[in-house]
Ligand binder design. Sequence first.
Ligand SMILES: [Zn+2]
Length: 506
Amino acid sequence: MGRPADLVLAGGRVEPVAPRAAPADAVAVTDGRISGVGTTADVEGLIGPSTRVIRLSGETVLPGFQDAHCHAVYGGLMHTECNLHELPDEAAYLVAIKAWADAHPDLEWISGDGWHYGTFGSPMPHRSALDRVVSDRPVILSAFDGHTAWVNSRALELAGIGPETADPEHGRFIRDDDGMPTGALVEGAVSAVSRLVPEPSHETLVQALVDSQRQLHAWGITAWHDPGVNPEWLPAYQEVMADGRLTARVVAAQQWKRWGKEREADPLPRLLAGRESSRTVGLRSDVVKFFLDGVFESQTAYLLEPYLDDDGRAGTDRSRADYGQDELDAAVIELERQGFDCHFHAIGDAAVRQALDAVAAARAANGPRDARHSIAHIELIDRTDIPRFAELGVAANMQPFWAHLDPETRDIQVPLIGPDRYDARYAFGDLQRTGARLAIGSDWTVTTADPLQILEVAIRRIFPTQRDDPPWRPDQRLDLDTALAAATVGSAWVSRIESDTGTIEV
Ligand SMILES: [Zn+2]
């Protein structure tokens, strides 16, 4: 055996996750790398006088979890704003908003996030409720999924939004019968107000990252993929990377065209500059995130077949593509040539198909290559598109915590898409059976980043607080080994770090 190890974990149950690995009960680490895996007797030879030995008494050793879709900056900012995430209903929101506003009399804007669509009488909230608790200052509160904002009358007034204001290109204002916006701003309409809100300071962003990392490490997460880091946020990541405080392995993905302030004609110069400034400090910003659609709740998820009308019959609205297919194809082809990987947000089946078509176009144009594209969410997928993940080598970037029967979501979504499409969501078992590469992400702060809870739902399709319920779509469950691999080495593949991380092997 070689020189003594720095650390030995012995007498445990090691889950190497590596394919073909033999069962093991001990691990040795030397110079930050795994230097031995096997039985405790195998590894004993690596114990020297200065080796730290931890006797595990049968405890399990797993590779560090890797979160393939984690909004870490938001995670830290959550505590610098009015946090509605765990509250049950509108009445509780209003109490919390008033208390936050009263406790922060100097704040120019009251901002926050975490409200849920199903907690109001109707899916969308109204400005009048906010006006009752805060009327002198503008209020903007993001939905838990970040796709809709709820604002008060003062915020609409400051933004100059009234009955005459037209909907923006990639969003809409929900309106009262007289045409006045209700204060529910969908997708691209959010920026009509959010552009006025002061950006968090660089110091606030740095602290947010440090706080997030502490929480993520506590959940056992050692690497993550942050989808869509704003240019204003990238310097915070670069600073904690440069000064050694970033102990996780992170891909800080940059966003393709940004909505709002200005719709960029050509984002490539910004993306190249961002990648380069990250590279100088050893940070990875070589992934580009595309929002291809929105969410079902606001009927912005892009569908192959129309949403249902109020009478339950197919209407005419399939929602809009955020990009034309030609534009998307050209972007992915060029990004591949520039050495970027792509990360697509796709909820509706038409958006998933768009992403697959764009990757197919890139394959045809650029030939075979080691691309690491992933499609996140995949809430709905057409059956004919399921085998295309494996064929095209695209990773299914799954958020399986959402894959259970949730009455709140059901009550909103079934009237919009019908029971058949509702039940077809999250076909992760089918993706596995066609040989798709699987990665697991949380979409924190949309929902928890706790990998053990996420794996539980992936494996059982039952929510952890409702363990006596029957599983929802049990045929789409993943087995433990598959789910564990997706949350470790599968996510590592998406981040191009699978040769150094994601498994316990020498
Ligand atoms: Zn996300």
